[in-house]
Design a protein around this ligand. Sequence first.
Ligand SMILES: NC(=O)c1ccc[n+]([C@@H]2O[C@H](COP(=O)([O-])OP(=O)(O)OC[C@H]3O[C@@H](n4cnc5c(N)ncnc54)[C@H](OP(=O)(O)O)[C@@H]3O)[C@@H](O)[C@H]2O)c1
Length: 295
Amino acid sequence: MMTTTDNEIPKTVTIGKDLIVDRIGFGTMQLVGPKEWGEYPYHDKGIALLKEVVDQDVTFIDTADVYGPHSNEELIHEALHPYPDNLVIATKGGFVRGGPEYADMGAVGNRAYLKQSAYMSMRRLGLDHIDLYYLHTPTMTDVPFEEMIDTLAEMREIGLIRNIGLSNISAEQLQTALEITEIAAVTAHYSIGVRIGAALLKVSDEAGVVFSPWHPAAVPSGEDGTRFHSVLDPLAETHRVSAQQIALAWQLHRSPLMLPIPGTTGVDHLRENLAAVNIALTQSEVDMITDLEEE
Ligand SMILES: NC(=O)c1ccc[n+]([C@@H]2O[C@H](COP(=O)([O-])OP(=O)(O)OC[C@H]3O[C@@H](n4cnc5c(N)ncnc54)[C@H](OP(=O)(O)O)[C@@H]3O)[C@@H](O)[C@H]2O)c1
């Protein structure tokens, strides 16, 4: 694991060969209806928030075709198009929603479906290529994993996408994918209390692949949260920030390839989350947080 000390945290991260973005991005998944189904009920507020995201100089936005489905990408287009030159929008394909319940979720990975999905995301977002395109899940069973990687490589070859990302994969699947082609980024559930992505982080770090943790600032609450807060709260007090900001700063200190994508529906939390880039933790503070959960 690469680590950084107090004053060495890079302020940018490079996706693939040359896509340079700031260390903290923005996840737009909450700007949809309940259970990620349908339009965001507070349309104007959503538009204003997205404009504020760009005004705050965020250079990386994470969305997916399945958020809505489609309405999340459409909201981004409506709020931000034409996009600032330095804005990277990552989107994902592979999940399908057969209805409004989470139980209606499925996944498809055949070549025609994935290619169509990327073309349609590009159209909804109003782009002529997609900078970073994630396979949203590896759980589909219609084609083998390797075949989906081949399809993504073909999509990059023809210029439909610029970089390949893989979401919610295992460490072994990343190794398999890297043997087939270049992978620029992975995204996984990884936070102070949930270390599902830990093995993947180790492999991505060693391979120089960007790791974008989702739910990155989550701090367990209630009885389960007591032991986390007993470490985080004093640190928050020392640094005069919130526990969520310490959680984000910890992510940034774990690896220079970390690209957390906190989501929020409010401007105050947005500003707070972005300010976490300026928190310098000592290595022992980082270790104290890391040791709260087994990896
Ligand atoms: N690849 C995948 O399968 C996958 C899965 C899930 C998510 N994601 C991505 O990850 C992104 C992040 O996940 P998420 O949208 O669920 O957001 P999140 O980062 O997990 O945070 C969501 C919750 O935290 C609160 N919050 C945000 N900032 C806060 C702060 N500074 N202090 C206190 N509370 C705060 C939010 O409330 P407020 O709205 O009130 O701020 C909301 O309740 C998504 O938008 C999506 O792009 C990807």
